[in-house]
Structures are given as C-alpha cells and as structure tokens.
Design a protein. Structure first.
Length: 302
C-alpha cells in the first residue's frame, strides 16, 4: 500500500496510474472480440497537446497549477520501479510516492523522527544551556530554546521530551526540580535522552495557483479553515498552534513575520502543529516578550 506526503500527491498519482492504464490499452497489440474496455477512475484525454498521455489532464487540478514540466522535474528524485513516480524515503525508512511534493526540503526539516536520540551538550561561558523546560503529564518537555545557545546548537527543539539527563530518569519531575538539577550539573558534558516532539504532528500541503494553502491564524493559533483548500483536504484542524513552518520555529513570532515565511515558501509547505491546550500549558509562566526575544527561529540543518 502506497503512502503519500499529501492528499494532492495521492490524487495525482492515482490519475497518473489511470492514464498509464489507458495508454497501455491503446497500445495493446492484441485485442479480443467482445472484450469490454477497462474503466479508469479518472477521465482520460489521450489527445492532449504534445502527444503525451501520461499527464494529459493535470495542468489544472484541485486548484493546483500542475504542468507536465513541473511533474517531470519531481520525477528525478528516485524511481525504483517503472510504475512509481517521484518516490522519497523518510527517516523511518518508509517509501512515499510524491509526484507533487517531490523530496521537498521543508518536509525533511520538519520530519518528526520515531525513536529516541542522544544529545550531548556543554554549558556556555555563563554556565547555561539556553534551555527552559515545562512538566506535562509527568513528563519534561522543552519549552524554550535560546537562539545561538548550546541547546540550539545541539538540535533541541520546542516540544521535545527529555527522558534522561546524565543517566537520571526525569519522569515525574516538575519544572523546578529539572531546572535545579541542570543548574547543578558540571558544565563540560551533559548527555540527554530525547524523544522527538511527541505532542506535535506535521502536515504537508500544496499552495494553489495564487499561493494560498487555506487556513487563517491569529496569535499563532489556527482559527479557521478555507473550504476545499489544501489545508482542508489534508486535515488541518482549528484549536491548534503553529510550531514550525518547513521546519523553522515560529513560536513567538508576530503573525506578519510568520506570514512572510509562508509567502517565501515554495509550492510544497509542511507545517508542524500542536493542540492549543498543550501549547498553552507548555508556554504558561513564560512571558510573551521573553519568547519573542530569546526563542531560536533559525532554519535547522538537515
């Protein structure tokens, strides 16, 4: 069973398969009397301009401006089988068919990895990691990563769950106990076991022909979805807060600054979101000005 980054990828791939079946039927060397033609799930236009029947009706589909040239550009990612189009492999080893998204860099930056990773840090000259945490449901979560801090350089991100610090399990610790423990650690080598952002999920969408993906946000919170938009098709929900856009943290940014990131993004856009009630609990007790001033908004390396 094929997996797809977005619903648009799935629909375009299904249409391409239907066109491929039609092409094979038209070029069959042998026909049998009385055999009924096989139905295809999408309309076929075998006389498309340019003589190609593979993507004859994709120039305008689901609000997307999909030319054959655009699709061909994304077929160069990897094609392990003749009948697969633009296949990408995520960090979990899953193969995804992505004729529209291709191997978009935003998806790779935003990807939430399954499993636990080890992060090794050392304190800066002021004896700090540049990190604030918050306890949620007996777990300890990253609430703030200071820009250019050891925590930022070590790859910690908002919403990461810290499981161990220097071999000490932190399950059940509250915020004060965790910060006090970190403060008393020797500065040279601090090792954390971290689970990637368990309260967050990513959604990949496609801009339409006028550059819209179809939701409205205020104060970083999604409050309405545009009908029949890519956001609606791909399951974006209200009462969720934006955490990242194409892997870049937007927590604490002004809405106009976040909008500029969306405007500058390519056709394929991946957002990372978190339920608002969880987000508000994590950022509780931190002033908005503190988050805006200190949060790391750099684009992560991949």
């Amino acid at each position: 069973m094929s997996l797809y980054p977005s619903l648009e990828d799935m629909k375009v791939d299904q249409m391409a398969q239907a066109q491929r079946v039609a092409h094979q039927q038209q070029n069959a060397a042998v026909t049998y009397p009385g055999q009924a033609p096989q139905a295809t799930p999408y309309p076929v236009n075998p006389t498309a301009p340019g003589g190609s029947s593979l993507y004859p009706s994709l120039n305008e589909y689901m609000g997307l401006d999909l030319s054959p040239e655009y699709v061909a550009q994304h077929m160069s990612v990897a094609v392990p089988a003749q009948n697969q189009v633009a296949v990408r492999e995520n960090n979990a080893g899953q193969m995804q068919v992505a004729p529209v998204s291709g191997n978009a860099v935003g998806m790779r930056r935003a990807e939430i990895k399954q499993g636990i990773r080890q992060v090794t840090l050392c304190k800066d000259q002021d004896g700090k990691l540049g990190l604030r945490v918050r306890h949620v449901n007996k777990g300890v979560f990253v609430a703030l990563v200071h820009v250019n801090s050891p925590a930022a350089l070590g790859g910690l991100r908002f919403g990461d769950q810290i499981l161990q610090i220097n071999e000490q399990n932190v399950a059940g610790w509250d915020t004060d106990k965790t910060l006090k423990f970190i403060k008393n650690l020797a500065p040279e080598r601090i090792i954390m076991a971290v689970r990637d952002r368990p309260f967050e999920r990513t959604i990949t969408m496609q801009k339409d022909s006028v550059g819209h993906i179809g939701f409205v946000f205020k104060g970083g919170k999604i409050n309405s979805i545009v009908k029949d938009s890519s956001a609606a098709r791909n399951g974006v929900l209200i009462e969720h807060n934006l955490i990242e856009v194409n892997g870049q943290n937007v927590v604490g940014l002004k809405d106009k600054d976040t909008a500029e990131i969306f405007n500058a993004a390519p056709r394929t856009v991946t957002i990372t979101i978190m339920p608002t009630f969880v987000y508000e609990h994590i950022v509780k007790c931190m002033g908005g000005s503190l988050v805006k001033k200190l949060m790391d908004h750099s684009i992560p390396d991949i």
